[in-house]
Design a protein around this ligand. Structure first.
Ligand SMILES: *[C@@H]1O[C@H](CO)[C@@H](O)[C@H](O)[C@H]1NC(C)=O
Ligand SMILES: *[C@@H]1O[C@H](CO)[C@@H](O)[C@H](O)[C@H]1NC(C)=O
Ligand SMILES: *[C@@H]1O[C@H](CO)[C@@H](O)[C@H](O)[C@H]1NC(C)=O
Ligand SMILES: *[C@@H]1O[C@H](CO)[C@@H](O)[C@H](O)[C@H]1NC(C)=O
Ligand SMILES: *[C@@H]1O[C@H](CO)[C@@H](O)[C@H](O)[C@H]1NC(C)=O
Ligand SMILES: *[C@@H]1O[C@H](CO)[C@@H](O)[C@H](O)[C@H]1NC(C)=O
Ligand SMILES: *[C@@H]1O[C@H](CO)[C@@H](O)[C@H](O)[C@H]1NC(C)=O
Ligand SMILES: *[C@@H]1O[C@H](CO)[C@@H](O)[C@H](O)[C@H]1NC(C)=O
Ligand SMILES: *[C@@H]1O[C@H](CO)[C@@H](O)[C@H](O)[C@H]1NC(C)=O
Length: 516
């Protein structure tokens, strides 16, 4: 070897040694669907989640952590680090028959990790649009996809129905035309042999296969495991709940079984990561996507409100991060630092040592130092949402700032301001456990309906005491902030249903139906 060759060999060896030591961590994001704030063992739940509790206890629990009130918005923010007003997805969820999705100009966290040398895998529910193939996971940064593109399906048959709807008719349940079809895909191909296998088993098995393959690759792995449980329909294999005797409400008993299946699934997945030698270099993130629905067995107790509302019960949720890479000082911590679902994009980028292009102008901030080193969060406010398409409520308070008839909410420091119609603001007791019922009111569309609330959610997380009348200056300041945010909003994207989405026209599947 001449000296140049020697230098090259030395450099190659150095790179390999460095690569082996500094290998980027595997990142696993597990998202549960409609799991309530109270519905995890370590929040004092009567539902046991021993494996999730154990993982959380070894990591950092996020105890001041916010998501969005419904599925597509939370997922859009997790994927892009942008508020809903900055993607045009500020109104409701993407229905299977609606021709839209997460706009293509925003890179997803999977795009970023893929560009940084990761193998990337999405398993389970997508719910970020699929009318054209470009909106589906395989075109949004994921190497592999196994799961369903719309927001829900039966947990055994993977069938899903939708009704025709549009922006000019907000009627949720009444419509004439019903579309039904199958949902399950492996990459972009319909899966026909899974009918009868419970969704948690199916997705866990797939996740383990991904781990086994990833262990053979000379690349770090990113896995997005988006379980369908405990979203309705309320179904679970009987053995998960047959012996649960401490819950008297039948829906909640089966719901507990759904959580038990997920708890076991996460154990199986972490076992597989260990057996395949990946666990010691893995960071695992767990989060629910929004508040729970008490009528379907969930509980957000003691928080007010439910899924799809702007009350704390709709948006404050369960989350934790755990990893054998954490220092002993940081393991076992509960953090009350403010964090929001839009923070995952820059946080995960930091975990992977990936650079975020500043021209993306994200709404999320990196929480990696907060999580890993216990540093304070740099987040001081959260725009929960501004939804100009929601029906206006009540009469306007001020003419020269944000219109309080519009559905919106913002958090600044300890204060949270809500305007318009925030949705069902009752406190629901834990089904079958608590007899104590705090009755609030359901929202009403009358011109005199209340449309302004201010809470100190640090002191009053249950939102019992409205301060809006006694603190007009704070109200005004937060309304002005809403106005500023509103000026940066994109027009909402919420097209009417497209009859061509009808599954019988598309191989009986909910799958892309518009040619690019
Ligand atoms: C799934 O199985 C059920 C029960 O056997 C059956 O009624 C249904 O048609 C099947 N669905 C599909 C998509 O094959
Ligand atoms: C919305 O749909 C319902 C059910 O079909 C119908 O009764 C109602 O008139 C529609 N409203 C509008 C504004 O079209
Ligand atoms: C439920 O309890 C009965 C009686 O103790 C026991 O025989 C059975 O194996 C239990 N079933 C499950 C699924 O744990
Ligand atoms: C976990 O693994 C056990 C043992 O293989 C299996 O019986 C169980 O069904 C698995 N659970 C899930 C949710 O995949
Ligand atoms: C993880 O374990 C593997 C196999 O035991 C070992 O080669 C590797 O260095 C370990 N990585 C870390 C970050 O500890
Ligand atoms: C139980 O869930 C079903 C839907 O699966 C719902 O129709 C019913 O109202 C729920 N029961 C209670 C007591 O909330
Ligand atoms: C950042 O994005 C802008 C706009 O897309 C692009 O022009 C620029 O090259 C990017 N910078 C880097 C370092 O990738
Ligand atoms: C807002 O404008 C309306 C219409 O011009 C007027 O009637 C009302 O008094 C104004 N309200 C306030 C608080 O200034
Ligand atoms: C918010 O901005 C939109 C334009 O994007 C405007 O039409 C609307 O009047 C504004 N609403 C409020 C409450 O300021």
């Amino acid at each position: 070897m001449n000296s140049l060759e020697k230098a090259i060999v030395f450099l190659v060896l150095l790179t390999q040694a460095y690569g082996a030591v500094q290998r980027k961590p595997n990142i696993v994001v597990i998202l549960s669907d409609d799991q309530g704030f109270h519905d995890i063992g370590y929040h004092g739940s009567e539902i046991a989640t021993p494996h999730l509790d154990q993982l959380a206890a070894a990591g950092v629990k996020l105890e001041n952590y916010y998501v969005q009130p419904v599925c597509s918005p939370t997922r859009s923010q997790l994927m892009t680090g942008r508020y809903q007003i900055h993607t045009g997805l500020q109104h409701r969820i993407i229905r299977p028959s609606q021709p839209y999705g997460l706009p293509l100009q925003y890179p997803t966290i999977a795009d970023l990790l893929h560009d940084n040398g990761y193998s990337t895998h999405a398993i389970g529910k997508w719910h970020l649009g699929f009318y054209k193939k470009e909106y589906t996971p395989l075109f949004r940064g994921f190497d592999t996809f196994y799961g369903i593109l719309p927001g829900a399906s039966d947990h055994y048959t993977y069938e899903q129905c939708d009704v025709f709807r549009g922006k000019n008719n907000m009627s949720e349940s009444l419509d004439k035309v019903t579309f039904c079809g199958n949902t399950l895909l492996d990459m972009d191909q319909p899966v026909i042999d899974a009918n009868g296998t419970f969704s948690t088993h199916l997705y866990t098995k797939k996740a383990i296969e991904v781990v086994e393959k990833a262990a053979q690759l000379d690349k770090p792995m990113f896995m997005y495991l988006s379980y369908q449980v405990p979203h309705s329909p309320i179904q679970a294999p009987e053995h998960y709940y047959i012996n649960i005797t401490n819950i008297v409400n039948q829906n909640r008993t089966i719901y507990a079984g759904m959580l038990a299946s997920m708890d076991e699934g996460v154990r199986n997945l972490t076992d597989a990561l260990k057996q395949n030698g990946l666990w010691n270099n893995t960071i695992l993130i767990f989060s629910s996507d929004n508040g729970g629905r008490p009528s379907f067995g969930a509980s957000n107790w003691p928080l007010r409100g439910v899924k799809s509302t702007l009350w704390e019960g709709g948006i404050r949720t369960i989350g934790f991060v755990t990893s054998p890479l954490f220092s002993p000082e940081q393991s076992g911590k509960s953090s009350t630092e403010l964090m929001h679902v839009s923070d995952w994009f820059p946080t995960i980028a930091d975990m992977a040592g990936a650079t975020v292009n500043s021209s993306l102008d994200l709404d999320g901030v990196s929480q990696w130092e907060m999580i890993k080193e216990g540093k304070p969060s740099t987040r001081k406010e959260i725009l929960h949402n501004i939804d100009i398409l929601s029906p206006a409520q009540g009469t306007r308070f001020y003419n020269d700032t944000f219109d309080t008839r519009i559905r919106a909410a913002i958090r600044v420091g300890n204060y949270k301001l809500i305007t318009g119609d925030p949705g069902d603001g009752d406190w629901y007791p834990i089904p079958g456990i608590t007899n104590y019922i705090k009755k609030a009111f359901h929202s009403k569309f009358d011109p005199n309906a209340k449309n302004l609330w201010l809470f100190d959610v640090a002191q009053d997380p249950e939102e019992t005491t409205d301060l809006s009348a006694s603190m007009p200056k704070v109200v005004r300041k937060l309304l002005d902030k809403l106005s500023k945010y509103n000026a940066t909003a994109l027009p909402p994207w919420y097209p009417d249903s497209d009859p061509n989405s009808d599954p019988p026209l598309n191989g009986n599947m909910w799958q892309p139906w518009v040619q690019s």
